[in-house]
Ligand binder design. Structure first.
Ligand code: G6Q
Length: 544
């Protein structure tokens, strides 16, 4: 028994935080701001081009001190060191967790099992760069001698969400004479619509799959192959129109892809942490190798900050702890991410996988049931669209939803007053959430008494505002690494494994039992509800 992992709620600072929360809960942000003129200076930080204002949180410098104590007592320092050293901290899969090595500068040393992995990382990056240059310059020819005009990434989960997000985020920097499409869903509509207006002679498919066995990806890859060959008519055309990103050379070769056109990565890169590995090939094709490297520099700069900065001035640590503060001490169930930049429209979807697949866990590293809530539900939409939709609930609903606002000072598309209007809105939202509008203010403004309760804004609703200069590849890298390390901080304090995803397995297994039934096979034995649903589908095909 004595070797059992100590869970966070048994640590001294957890009890101290509980007591502190009871004192702090009745206090309003209006009061916290009024009584502490140094609040913004004490509760803001500028790191690698990201200015973070976390003064609009229901927290004081004392809260932060206690949260940092919790991080220390949870062994966060040791866990950070263990991750960067390449220890096998993903214990349920017995793997190292080294996405940070993907952006380690040339010449640095990161050992896994006594081997420096950095030269291998750069060798793949160099091969990707050479390939990207050939495609972008038109030197790479399709089977009929035409240059590539369309790139279709086929992948799902971690092999899709990062590439899509990065492509959209960096679209400003992308080649406009190349078309990019992303196919993930096994729903045939996804593939059919993606290629509807494409020409097989000018289309390159990137089959992105770490395992090269994923059902959805392999189904889409096979359909892509059939679609290409229906026009190109020659098996050898596959080598000119398909490349693979994978760790499984054997399956890649079986598919007919020339393994010299395969870009590898390693088992120490988790799917949702892989957008900066070869999985980012589509990103590199879109923005070019130099921009891709700038993105890696941004990642690396944030890694170094996370690895070395004292926790009191460590942005991922502080944001991770503040997120946890609401989940475990205020009962918040969700967290909203609200980027005020249209190019970041897929950022919330990307973060959903990163955060929820990582920290949506109910047992500790050693398998104990966790007695406190873990990973929040992440959601969001780009501003200002959300303001005309769900912000009502954020401002006047009964739930506490901590928000992350993300804004850029300089627009990438200058258009009249648009950018001032955008920035005014993001600043106004966090102001309204924090300070609200009191009944007294409403009455003084002449609001009729029956409407006063409806028009009152309680305020005291927490948010962080992240302000960056401009959405560049480097800024994107720093932003993604920031959230990766927020996830790590929280997972460490919760004492869980942020790097496995057993929760996606059962559905896959059950689907593989149902597939033959839908294709005319015998019933496999299910509960009455599932059996009824399957029978209905079989009947509609005329098989029953
Ligand atoms: C991410 C998960 C998962 C994975 C997909 C695709 O962390 O592991 O989303 O990325 O299931 O897997 P493949 O790349 O092996 O096809």
């Amino acid at each position: 028994m004595s070797n059992r992992q100590t869970l966070a709620h048994a640590l001294p600072s957890w009890s101290a935080l509980k007591a502190h929360q009871e004192q702090l809960r009745p206090r309003h942000l209006r009061d916290l701001f009024a009584t502490d003129p140094g609040r913004v200076a004490a509760m803001s930080l500028e790191v690698e081009g990201i200015y973070a204002d976390y003064s609009k949180h229901r927290a004081t410098p004392e809260t932060l001190r206690l949260l940092v104590a919790l991080a220390n007592e949870s062994g966060l320092r040791q866990r950070i060191d263990a991750m960067f050293r390449g220890e096998r901290i993903n214990v349920t899969e017995d793997r190292a967790v080294l996405h940070t090595a993907l952006r380690a500068p040339r010449g640095s040393v990161v050992q896994v099992g006594g081997v420096n992995v950095v030269p291998g990382v750069h060798e793949v990056l160099d091969r990707m760069a050479a390939f990207a240059e050939r495609v972008r310059s038109g030197a790479w020819k399709g089977h009929t001698g035409k240059a590539i005009r369309a790139v279709v990434n086929i992948g799902i989960g971690g092999s899709d969400l990062g590439p899509v997000m990065a492509y959209e985020a960096l679209r400003h920097y992308s080649r406009r004479d190349l078309v990019f499409r992303f196919v993930s869903n096994v729903d045939g509509t996804d593939f059919s619509e993606a290629v509807l207006d494409l020409d097989p002679e000018e289309t390159l498919f990137i089959v992105s799959s770490k395992t090269f066995t994923t059902l959805e990806t392999m189904a889409n890859a096979r359909s892509a192959r059939a679609w290409s060959l229906a026009r190109l008519k020659a098996e050898k055309a596959v080598a000119r129109h398909f490349v693979a990103v994978s760790t499984n050379a054997e399956e890649v070769a079986k598919f007919g892809i020339d393994t010299s056109n395969m870009f590898g990565f390693w088992d120490w890169v988790g799917g949702r942490y892989s957008m900066d590995s070869a999985i980012g090939l589509s990103t590199m094709l879109a923005v070019g190798p130099e921009r891709f490297r700038e993105m890696l520099d941004g990642f690396h700069a944030m890694d170094e900050h996370f690895r070395t900065a004292p926790f009191e001035r460590n942005l991922p640590v502080l944001m991770g702890l503040l997120g946890l503060w609401y989940v475990d001490f205020f009962g918040a169930e969700t967290a909203a991410v609200l980027p005020y930049d249209q190019y970041l429209k897929r950022f919330p979807a990307y973060l959903q996988q990163l955060t929820m697949e990582s920290n949506g866990k109910r047992v500790s590293l050693d398998g104990q049931e966790l007695p406190y809530p873990t990973g929040a539900i992440y959601w969001g939409e780009p501003g200002t669209n959300g303001q005309h939709s769900f912000y009502q609930l954020l401002h006047q609903g009964t739930r506490l939803v901590p928000c992350d606002f993300i804004a850029f000072l300089k627009p990438l598309n200058s258009l009249g007053r648009h950018h001032d209007l955008l920035l005014a809105n993001v600043f106004a939202q966090s102001e309204a959430l924090a300070f609200g509008k009191t009944p007294e203010e409403l009455r003084a403004a002449g609001v009729p008494e029956p409407l006063v309760p409806h028009r009152t804004f309680d305020g005291n609703r927490p948010s962080t505002t992240l302000v960056l200069e401009r959405l560049t590849p480097r800024a994107l890298g720093a932003l993604v690494a920031l959230y990766e390390h927020i996830v790590f901080t929280q997972g460490t304090v919760w004492g869980l494994n942020s790097f496995d995803q057993w929760g996606v397995e059962l559905g896959k297994v059950l689907a593989s039992r149902i597939i033959p039934e839908l294709e005319g096979g015998p019933e496999a034995g299910h509960d009455a509800s599932t059996a009824g649903l399957i029978r209905r589908a079989v009947a509609s095909k005329g098989l029953a």
